[in-house]
Design a protein around this ligand. Structure first.
Ligand SMILES: [Zn+2]
Length: 398
């Protein structure tokens, strides 16, 4: 298969040839089957935080392989070729059955196996306090438990690559050391920890901040707080949600500059109800209800607390260009090569070059457009999504 377009960051259209799931050449020649002179070719957009989609929650107790594969349609349509399905705070049996279904999807579907670069477990070892806890159900938050986490990892067949926890929970520091030794990226999030505790967590091996600036108190001391400490910690990568609701534009711009682009990953944190119409929805676990507002914001019903997002990175990338001084190529890097580096898979993902996996996003976009217009999403050489020329959607059924 040959794609024609401009590689993001360059000006001249090229032909990208793929065979057996790999990019074999990038050059001038080739009869293109997809793309065109006005199409951008990007490494596959990679989102390390996707909680579900279309009403399918990766943390529900009734997740099946079939529903996991159904949920993939939404990210693929938005140009997201690669992601970390994220299992959030829930009863252990729900998390374990969710992780089993996700692992089962990787076994049954080549697309899922290629797309799910690793699983992200966010919670349950997070703050119980209102504010830092965000929309996670209070009754299921708890202190880190290594044996329990090992059961999670077993259910996931070793595919958990990121774990988000709050380092103030009892036993966290020893847990962080074990997880880091086991090759799991420990991310700090949903935390109200002291600055000293943040530093101790970094010394123990924490490598990332999950959706920095969110999952936090509404009000904190202006200088002595966990956000500045994480922002200034060069050891920590930061995930940020560029949907325009979670971080006001000047905050996003400041975070972007502070982390110097190289240690920043755009994440959607898209909720399982993303894609559904405005209204109040019950959760498939606990008793909390969430509301989708007309403007796309999702909150815990009756509270000001955000409960995940509804916009994928096809919106997040243009927002980053609009709110910061990033070029399109720089914004794309924070959603492609950066997460690949964070997860240690940049030898095969994150660049359009011979020898790399053929996971690509083809799109049209011009300055000022609020979303990328996705032409096709390619997952390890297979067309996972292709827009029809009429603008209506077509997607491959698995
Ligand atoms: Zn969160």
């Amino acid at each position: 298969m040959v794609f024609r377009g401009k590689i993001v960051g360059t000006e001249t259209p090229v032909s990208v040839t793929i065979e057996d799931g790999r990019i074999t050449s990038v050059g001038e020649d080739g009869e293109a089957s997809l793309g065109g002179a006005d199409v951008w070719i990007s490494p596959g957009i990679f989102d390390v935080q996707v909680n579900g989609a279309g009403g399918i929650n990766f943390s529900s107790g009734d997740l099946t392989v079939e529903r996991v594969l159904q949920a993939c349609e939404w990210p693929y349509r938005a140009g997201t070729a690669l992601f970390c399905p994220t299992v959030t705070t829930s009863p252990a049996e729900h998390a374990i059955s969710g992780l089993r279904a996700l692992a089962g999807a990787c076994e049954q579907s080549k697309a899922a196996d290629a797309s799910f670069v690793g699983f992200h477990v966010e919670g349950p070892y997070i703050a119980s306090e209102d504010g830092p806890r965000g929309a996670h159900p209070l009754q299921h938050t708890r202190d880190p438990d290594w044996d329990e986490f090992c059961r999670y990892q077993e259910a996931a067949e070793g595919r958990i690559r990121i774990l988000t926890l709050a380092p103030e929970r009892e036993g966290s520091l020893a847990f962080i050391e074990k997880a880091a030794d086991a090759g799991v990226i420990v991310a700090l999030g949903h935390t109200g920890a002291s600055r000293a505790r943040i530093r101790e967590a970094v010394a123990a091996g924490a490598r990332m901040s999950t959706h920095l600036g969110n999952g936090a108190h509404a009000e904190i001391p202006r200088h002595d707080n966990y956000i500045w400490e994480q922002l200034a910690a060069d050891e920590l990568w930061a995930g940020i949600i560029p949907d325009g609701h979670h971080l006001p534009p000047p905050v996003l711009k400041s975070f972007y500059r502070s982390k110097q682009k190289e240690r920043l990953c755009l994440v959607s944190d898209v909720s399982s109800i993303a894609g559904l119409p405005p209204g109040v929805y019950g959760r498939s676990y606990g008793t909390d209800e969430v509301e989708i507002h007309e403007n796309g914001k999702i909150s815990l019903a009756g509270t000001p607390y955000l409960a995940g997002a509804s916009l994928f990175l096809d919106h997040g990338i243009p927002n980053t260009v609009a709110y910061t001084d990033a070029t399109l190529a720089e914004a794309v890097e924070t959603a492609t090569i950066n997460p690949a580096r964070l997860l240690g898979v940049d030898d095969r993902l994150g660049r359009v070059a011979p020898g790399m996996d053929a996971s690509l996003t083809l799109f049209r976009w011009a300055e000022g457009q609020e979303a990328l217009s996705v032409v096709a999403t390619i997952v390890r050489g297979e067309v996972a999504y292709k827009a029809s020329s009429s603008g209506a959607v077509q997607s491959r059924r698995r």
